[in-house]
Design a protein around this ligand. Structure first.
Ligand SMILES: NC(=O)C1=CN([C@@H]2O[C@H](COP(=O)(O)OP(=O)(O)OC[C@H]3O[C@@H](n4cnc5c(N)ncnc54)[C@H](OP(=O)(O)O)[C@@H]3O)[C@@H](O)[C@H]2O)C=CC1
Ligand SMILES: O=C(O)C1=N[C@H](C(=O)O)C[C@H](O)C1
Length: 251
């Protein structure tokens, strides 16, 4: 994601890239970030410390990196776009705390199509919450083989949206053996890891007699990078608070 952020940020006239950050142990520190991202040298060496003025920082890294990103933004009083998934409960609490001091856009998916599908999911879940006989909700996600967290942050967010409307109390992560009849008040999650898939989510509402499926998929990762750049523009200069991609996109 870092490489696409650099490439698309460099091409975007509304963005001025001032630093490209990596962790202390990254062997490419000092190399030009544009060259690494495939757009040719842009005069920004990969660095592990933010030592220039900036309006916003975008974090696509790992949970350990997210901690440092939050601290850097609070210390430097700059806006944060938190795109990293798989955060611990303690890190989520830290984000809420930091949002008292700085503007933070926090979303498991920066994609317009995904965030719009979240709205559609909310509508479907609200409409089906009292459906006679019950509606079974299953969420299937597919991602590339390199993904470290499962299920995806986006799948969990879809589940949260469904749960907020329909009130399910149980979760199932895959099924095997003889788990028996499916409880009505369960959300099922299924994480598929295949090749270089940039991300697909399907939310199934299964009724007796018919089925609704909401499906959203990326063709490449630029939807996430462009969304994150838009979120940075939105958050720069905003008062402290926790903002969503729905805020950024006006959904
Ligand atoms: N919100 C959204 O729209 C999206 C979110 N994501 C999320 O973003 C995150 C990154 O995804 P992706 O780019 O595919 O992952 P990658 O593994 O390709 O990149 C992770 C980057 O973080 C670096 N890193 C590793 N350890 C640390 C550390 N301790 N501190 C700081 N940086 C570190 C890695 O460096 P090194 O190469 O040396 O290991 C690498 O550059 C994931 O959580 C993913 O789920 C992804 C796409 C969209
Ligand atoms: O790791 C990825 O690739 C992605 N991660 C995010 C997630 O966990 O939801 C968003 C997107 O689906 C791509």
């Amino acid at each position: 994601m870092g490489q696409r952020l650099i490439a698309l940020g460099h091409q975007n006239p509304g963005i001025n890239l001032v630093a490209a950050l990596e962790h202390d142990g990254q062997p490419k520190l000092g190399e030009d970030a544009g060259a690494i991202a495939g757009v040719g040298p842009i005069g920004l060496p990969l660095t592990s410390k933010l030592d220039v003025e900036a309006d916003a920082l975008i974090d696509f890294s790992v949970p350990a990196g997210a901690d440092r990103a939050i601290q850097t933004c609070v210390d430097s009083n700059i806006a944060l776009v938190m795109a990293t998934t798989g955060l611990t409960d303690a890190q989520k609490a830290l984000l809420h705390e930091a949002a008292q001091k700085i503007a933070i856009v926090w979303a498991p998916s920066m994609s317009l199509a995904v965030n719009l599908t979240m709205k559609l999911t909310e509508i479907a879940a609200a409409a089906l919450k009292d459906y006679p006989g019950g509606a079974d909700v299953e969420i299937i996600e597919r991602h590339h083989r390199f993904k470290e967290d499962s299920p995806s942050g986006t799948a969990l967010k879809f589940g949260e949206i469904v749960q907020s409307q329909m009130g399910q109390t149980k979760e199932a992560h895959g099924r095997e053996g003889r788990p028996g009849e499916r409880p009505r008040d369960e959300i099922g999650y299924h994480a598929v890891r295949v090749g270089d898939n940039p991300g697909e989510h399907t939310i199934i509402f299964g009724l007796l007699g018919e089925t609704i499926e909401l499906k959203v998929g990326a063709s490449n990762r630029d939807c996430y990078a462009n969304g994150a750049l838009k979120a940075a523009q939105y958050a720069a200069g905003k008062p402290p608070g926790l903002y969503t991609m729905a805020d950024v996109l006006g959904l």
